[in-house]
Design a binder for this molecule. Sequence first.
Ligand code: TXA
Ligand code: MG
Length: 339
Amino acid sequence: MTVVINMRDGVDARKIKLAARFILDGKLVAFPTETVYGLGADALNERAVRRIFEAKGRPPDNPLIIHISGFDELERLASYVPNEARLLAERFWPGPLTMVLPKADEVPLVTTGGLDTVAVRMPSHPIARALIGESTSIAAPSANISGKPSPTLAEHVIEDFYGKIECIIDGGETAVGVESTVVDLTSEKPVLLRPGGLPLEELESVIGEVEIHPAVRGKLTDVAKSPGMKYKHYSPNASVIVVEGKRENVRRKIMELVGEYRALGLCVGVMATEEYDADEFFHLGKSEAEVARNLFKALRELDKRGVDVIIAEGIEERGLGFAVMNRLRKAAGYKIVWA
Ligand code: TXA
Ligand code: MG
């Protein structure tokens, strides 16, 4: 029922044609992008898009991103493309940036979760580009069951969807590891709806100051703009605790917490940028980029090792650190320990 296509050695034109056929027939295909794996369907086919929501268990008011491979598709999907959008596309596409624009009539409301706006992104991953190019514009959320950490390996997609979708393309590990940055360009000022693979600093270097939507910081006030923000996210089965503060203090605090939870008889996992002595340990790497790449894998992996509690070391919020901390705090349900 599920065809797994191995493309770890790069784009294979014949295999791409096979996967593109599935998309054009209204079927579901999971594929790698440079951020995370996506669960794709023809963006303009309502029935196909509805199946994405069913397969993920995703609430119908949480809109999908449409992935394109050429600028002509942007003109077709958006009713109006403001100048900032053109500047950003020129500079950062293909890449980990999603822009929210007024939607064209052709885009079904199923795809946009009932909104009159549409989110569009041109991914840079060669497999994603080839698949879109060979089929059509593809609506794709991250290829995980709703609420679970996003997939950065085909194995993660297989865990969640084997037997439930027609095709999974295995393109190896994704490079960025966190999802795209989402910016809303439909209001007076650009608004950041989700920090992601393109650092905010870079976005602002092109269009000036960008407002940060309060939900990005966990304030669930005005969620109408991006309904996705009100749902539970990135949660492994274990409970997650994030420890933030000055580096030396964080280290001491994590060791203290490991001791406390162990004394209660719990199995404790730590994910951090330096070594810790715990029941299970996952090294996230040193740089922000490495931490971003390993983050979701670490959450899934520690879960698989059966820990009861995951203690995660907080990192600085600059660059990709903003996206990392946003995911970690959500994974923790905002259970943050300040050291
Ligand atoms: O990197 C990514 O963006 C990955 C890969 C597969 O491209 N996709 C992804 O999709 O993360 P998803 O569905 O997991 O997250 C999309 C986010 C959600 O928070 C959703 O609410 C928001 O984008 N979004 C989509 N359309 C929107 C719209 N019209 N207005 C506001 N927010 C929107
Ligand atoms: Mg997602």
